[in-house]
Write a protein that binds this ligand. Sequence first.
Ligand code: GLN
Ligand code: ZN
Length: 769
Amino acid sequence: MTAKPAAAAARATVYGYPRQGANRELKKAVEGYWKGRVTAAALRETAAGLRRSNWQQLAEAGITEIPTGDFSYYDHVLDTSVMVGAVPERHRRAVEADALDGYFAMARGTEDVAPLEMTKWFDTNYHYLVPELGPDTVFTADPGKQVAELKEALALGHTARPVLVGPITYLLLAKPAPGVAADFQPITLLDRLLPVYAEVLAELRAAGAEWVQLDEPALVQDRTPAELNAAARAYRELGALTDRSKVLVASYFGRLGDALQILAASPVEGIGLDFTDSGAANLDDLAAVGGLPGKRLVAGVVNGRNIWINDHQKSLTILGTLLGLADRVDVAASCSLLHVPLDASAERDIDPQVRRWLAFARQKTREISVLARALARGTDAITAELAANRADLASRAGSALTHDPAVRARAGAVTDADGRRSQPYAERTAAQRARLGLPLLPTTTIGSFPQTDELRRARADLRAGRTDTAGYEARIKGEIEEVVSFQEKTGIDVLVHGEPERNDMVQYFAERLTGYLATQHGWVQSYGTRYVRPPVLAGDISRPEPMTVRWTAYAQSLTAKPVKGMLTGPVTMLAWSFVRDDQPLGDTARQVALALRDEVADLEAAGTPVIQVDEPALRETLPLRAADHAEYLAWATESFRLTTGGVRPDTQIHTHMCYAEFGDVVQAIDDLDADVISLEAARSHMQVARELAAHGYPREAGPGVWDIHSPRVPSADEAAGLLRTGLEAIPAERLWVNPDCGLKTRGWTETRASLENLVAAAREVRAGL
Ligand code: GLN
Ligand code: ZN
């Protein structure tokens, strides 16, 4: 960009901000309300106070147009369902009796009414409540929340822009309501939905909105021609309304592709595009459609979902190009800041040098305003900030944390052979059978046993210094003894140690690998009032010492039955962390894989005959566009094979994933070359077993026969029925018997009963073979 100022003063804006407050005040207030300790009035007051302070933070950081309506007690998609009156039949009475309690009933269910289903918001780790729609759905406008929050912000003197989930994204995220044909397509309700959006737009205009933002991230995914037509129609019709504010259609999480031309040709006044690496193609695409003459372009140049400082020089180059392509260019984060923690400066435990590389929501808002200032007044206006930014980037690039020569040399020397087992499955399975001596339909579990209050208390005691390490470890050993003896008594064939020492399947390993950082306050919303603190994969990864061997070996010392070692795989280690953005993900995955490979080797050397490497995130990490799948799956499967490929033929490698639909990754699952895979299958009546069979999956598999998501105990008959269904797809020599997933969220009572039934079912079906 040149030092020449742009014509109109650029605005700095964001699409949304973390809702929880610096001390998770929102979580406390909402949960307090659920428990009856906080009144509705007090909850409302806490929420209003948080909005006020968020807006003030934004304004002070130099954000000149703030978002409203992005705040939520639980979830913004649920808020949208309320806004358009899409309340499921079963919740209607509760909502009519009390709007707030009805809202939470939709989110969480009640004793007799199920909640809305929850699923991941695009490829983030945020979960939304899935709208349930059907041919009988009647939409009605309820703009109350949007209007009230806009008025609050305007009364405080802010320039405010209401943010709504757009109609296309809303419908594309919905699913057929219970009782509605599974092939019903909610997008067919568009004509019914648009008048409701028109009404909301009119109300927002009346309340004083100059601009309204409609979020359409669903348009960065592959869309059918019919869906693209729907988008064209929606924005033609909304654009043609006279009683409305100016409309900004925001896209994020990637390139718009075909939808860009559609929006560019529509009468909306503004378009928001992602110009980070994932949306980089937007730049050329925008030039190809002739830019956005007469429109406002909101340029998402600051990455809204990672936690790293921006590269200002790079952003300025992009912004410079964009100035020639639209009437007006404003600066934003690429997506809502909902997906990052609030404030990096609160991380007092992180080395100050490293802390300078971090940008959470507060830091990002300052970055955005610095860039907007450069757009308005030229780069001379940000000379000091540019120099500081350059210095911080240089410190990161030159640091020993991000560049460990030993790690790099090792990763560079990896060959194809490292990721290949020394024998093909057909040969090594014979060696494994001879070593393990298992019956047909062997029984096992996925790893974790109930994480009891006692275990959590033991960890809290250790942290607080009330117990020393020896005392803590004695408690963990005691737990392992109980878990092993229970499994022996119950007759399980391949035992586990129960993972009592693990607070979380990613965090446990992150705490033991060099290159990972932990945050103290880095909370991000996972769903509702659940917040997580993902570890930060900041540097080159290495493993100073074994991480799990002593616990697995201790369990093995207690029994003659085989004990399975448990590790979290490289893809999941990346997916559930904040990952460095200064090298390709595949390079990072390879480093993690090599560290895990050492752990696998140590487990094997300690006599562990079975090692499971969990990859529950393999499918959820699939890129949003099909065109990007192959590249991802190549490094994802390579990293798994690198983790496991070095073992002897008679060491059995298991993997585990938990989801019901996986048709699109079945080839990748095959490419992992694991000896045994366990999968979630109980609720879908062994659907995955049929999908594996249809693919010709040649190795062993354990489709789950116990849905562990609820405390319900499956009877032996029920489990046997599922096993027989499994046998129709997978031959007895290759079928395993296990639950859907780990048992850490279950209680001991149902765990005991369910596993006893599972073993009884295996015996019964075995006897009939
Ligand atoms: N081994 C882990 C456990 O049993 C797997 C958890 C998961 O798949 N999410 O808890
Ligand atoms: Zn699982």
